[in-house]
Design a binder for this molecule. Structure first.
Ligand code: PEP
Ligand code: MN
Length: 339
């Protein structure tokens, strides 16, 4: 971190600032210029309150040269993280497709979809049991029964399951869940992030509707600071002025996050577009961008889905997309599943 101090300041104010920085356990490198003096802070500046320093009268500006996240930072962990999900390696050169309905609706529905996505080559099953709906009157999910049905589908198909946790009070129900999803609306629910970080389970962390990539990495940092290094990031579209798609898919999140972090990054083309026929082009674009996987909504009867039918593929559309994804993977140097 660099602090630019105005040369008009009193020596005592300057000394006080230096003492304060040293009390934070940091070293200071002073470089005097004609108009201003530059202080280079040496050490772990992640806990320094940049706004507090900026607010001092004697300070011209403050600039971070080091990111405020450590565990998620590629600088401190140059190798890609490989998350282990029930024996599947996620990250690195391995590509995965997680597929399933937006919500678990019945035993017949989840088993039928699980079998269909498995037959098409999905490596994991998604399905919401607790649903974060905009309206309190919309279908809220089958809750504990939904988790039981997902576990049944896992038993039938062998597919690991990915499902969203909305509240710490439900955590006991997630013991046998393979991947805990933290949805867009909870990306900055810091207490929830700390609690899932204590589980040590793989966590699928979705980007918030209006959050920057740095904020996403800071949320990953919350989980990792609790000792859980198994975090998968997910870009699922953000709010912009555009209304022709449900959200705007920020595909540049893939190279940007790969540059800054060693964590795997996947794309959700379903929630980002909101329209089933846009899912295939954006899935293939995600492969091209270097994503480590996709999470795709698939329903056995999209027209009758209780949630997100308009963006759900039917099993035939999903199978056709899987063939195209597998054809593209060698071009980007990825193996499918790669167990
Ligand atoms: C979901 O995956 O079903 C979901 C609600 O996603 P998001 O949190 O990205 O809206
Ligand atoms: Mn959905």
């Amino acid at each position: 971190m660099i602090i630019v101090v105005k040369n008009t300041c009193e020596q005592s104010q300057f000394d006080n600032l230096i003492d304060w920085v040293k009390e934070l356990g940091l070293g200071v490198h002073v470089s005097r210029g004609e108009i201003s003096t530059v202080l280079g802070l040496v050490g772990d500046t992640s806990k320094v309150d940049i706004d507090l320093i900026s607010s001092l009268d004697i300070v011209e500006k403050v600039q971070r040269v080091q990111e405020p996240y450590k565990n998620a930072n590629r600088k401190f962990h140059p190798e890609d993280t490989i998350v282990n999900i029930a024996g599947h390696k996620f990250g690195g050169n391995n590509f995965h497709v997680i597929a399933g309905p937006c919500s678990v609706e019945s035993e017949a529905q989840i088993i039928e979809v699980a079998e269909a996505v498995k037959a098409a080559g999905a490596t994991m099953l998604r399905g919401g049991a607790f649903k974060p709906r905009t309206s309190p009157y919309a279908f809220q999910g089958l809750k504990d029964t939904g988790i039981e049905l997902l576990l049944k589908a896992k038993k039938e198909t062998g597919l690991p399951i990915v499902t969203e946790l909305l509240s710490v009070s439900h955590l006991d129900l997630f013991k046998d869940v393979d991947v805990i999803q933290i949805g867009a609306r909870n990306m900055q629910n810091f207490e929830l992030l700390k609690e899932v970080g204590k589980t040590g389970k793989p966590i699928l962390l979705k980007r918030g509707l209006a959050n920057t990539l740095q904020e996403l990495l800071m949320s990953a940092e919350y989980i990792m600071a609790e000792g859980d290094s198994e975090v998968i990031l997910c870009e699922r579209g953000i709010r912009t002025f555009e209304t022709m798609t449900r959200n705007t898919l920020d595909l540049s999140a893939v190279p940007a996050l790969k540059d800054k972090s060693h964590l795997p990054i996947i794309i959700d083309p379903s929630h980002s577009t909101g329209i089933a026929k846009y899912v295939e082009p954006m899935s293939l674009a995600s492969v091209g961008a270097g994503a480590d996987g996709l999470i795709i909504e698939v329903h056995n009867d999209p027209k009758r889905a209780l949630c997100d039918g308009a963006q759900s593929l039917n099993p035939a559309q999903f199978a056709s997309l899987m063939t195209k994804i597998k054809t593209m993977l060698p071009i980007v140097g990825k193996d499918y599943d790669g167990k």
